[in-house]
Design a protein around this ligand. Sequence first.
Ligand SMILES: [Zn+2]
Ligand SMILES: [Zn+2]
Ligand SMILES: [Zn+2]
Length: 173
Amino acid sequence: MENTSEMTEEQQVFLKHIQQKCLKRTSQRDLILDVFLRTEEHLSSEDLYRLVKQEDPSIGQTTVYRTLKLLSEAGLAREVRFGDGRTHYEHNYKHQHHDHMICSECGKIIEFFSAELEAIQDAMAAKHKFEVTQHLLRIIGLCSDCRRVKKLAIKGEPAPQLRSKVAGGRSIR
Ligand SMILES: [Zn+2]
Ligand SMILES: [Zn+2]
Ligand SMILES: [Zn+2]
């Protein structure tokens, strides 16, 4: 029997899930969960792999990928897509649902929640007799920083250099 008394709630949720799947708790899976929970980011599997590898170089990319899938199934991670062709993951456990605005210039991600928007989406689904299991709302545009830069450029002033990458850099097309 595992000693669950010193485990965090998230670790217990994860353990329960992997036991249901008849998998074993391993130190590698534990580390992947730990690194994931320490990062308040929208990580792709590659991003997480890079972070995990710094702490245990023996962990393979496939292990990270499969563990992320397990975290999603267990409800600890949520998949989000930002239109860059990659799946990103964010914390899901006891995190309130939210949606995203994505800057197409610098990749900045703004999280927002609107009860009105959520209610309208539910009403639309009901109208079409559609059962919603999940929804991903993403709004693409220019963030305030990038809009400021654009405005300066229009006035003929030298535009400040745009950061081509943000933390965990992702370019969005
Ligand atoms: Zn939403
Ligand atoms: Zn921007
Ligand atoms: Zn988010």
